[in-house]
Design a protein around this ligand. Sequence first.
Ligand code: CP
Length: 309
Amino acid sequence: MSQWTKHDLLDLEDLSKDELELILTTAKSFREVSSRDVKKVPALRGKTVVMLFFEPSTRTRISFELAAKRLSADTLNVAASSSSLSKGETILDTAKNIEAMNVDAIIVRHSCAGIPKVLADNLGPSIINAGDGCRAHPTQALLDIFTMKDKKGRIEGLNVGIVGDILHSRVARCNITALNKLGANVTVCGPSTLMPVGVEKLGVQVSYDVDDVISKSDCLMLLRIQKERQEDKFLPSIREYAKKFGINKERLKKAKKDLLIMHPGPTNRGVELTADVADGEQSVILEQVTNGIAVRMAVLFLLLGTKEE
Ligand code: CP
């Protein structure tokens, strides 16, 4: 097993199979902290973690904040809309001012791909990508894979179907990268207009038949249809998408009994999946959220807690 040497977490492309496995193992050891009466360990006492989110978030922001707090770090949220960015300051200047206050990590989400890399290239604190444009969302993919491994006992040889808007999905891209490194078989499925040209070069099977993908999968990851992008006319209508690709109880009759239904959230009930599937016994959507805290504790601990002082 490798020792951790990375300073930032920008993309899972940058990590080896051993490093991915080290995060998963570390997350497993932290999971029980959240079920204690006193949900805290002193691992990051004295460290300061800043959340700098330029896009809305429920799960990722709260989960990172809870993860940092449960490791005893001090946390701070910077709301981009009420910072001096609104007065014309650049993102880099804002981040350099935060750095000047001697923080240890900046967790950043931005609609532009590459912003976390710009910050990592120019700043001293560890930079953690909490989602950049359509490019990467590494901790989401890690918590997805942690959940798969927890439920199935392995990743090697698992058949994972990813259904929906593959073109715009940073979650799909990151999952494909890591699942391939860990030996899973990935099939992507969705409307042809939402499938990146040359996607098979990423090492995935491509299917346009969701029923076929359902019948062969061990884990089915549904992606949010990004309604904010539909003015670009990628789909005839949301209703059409739901009819052709939406997962409902009828469709699940063809699935393996122990198929896992997964979704990174936020879900559009009635679009990617029906409410009874979202809340059904095969759904692990809320377990993914719970596991996200342990995974983010592991990431923060490896980046900040294992450095020589
Ligand atoms: N899955 C995810 O990134 O959710 P949020 O946008 O709520 O953070």
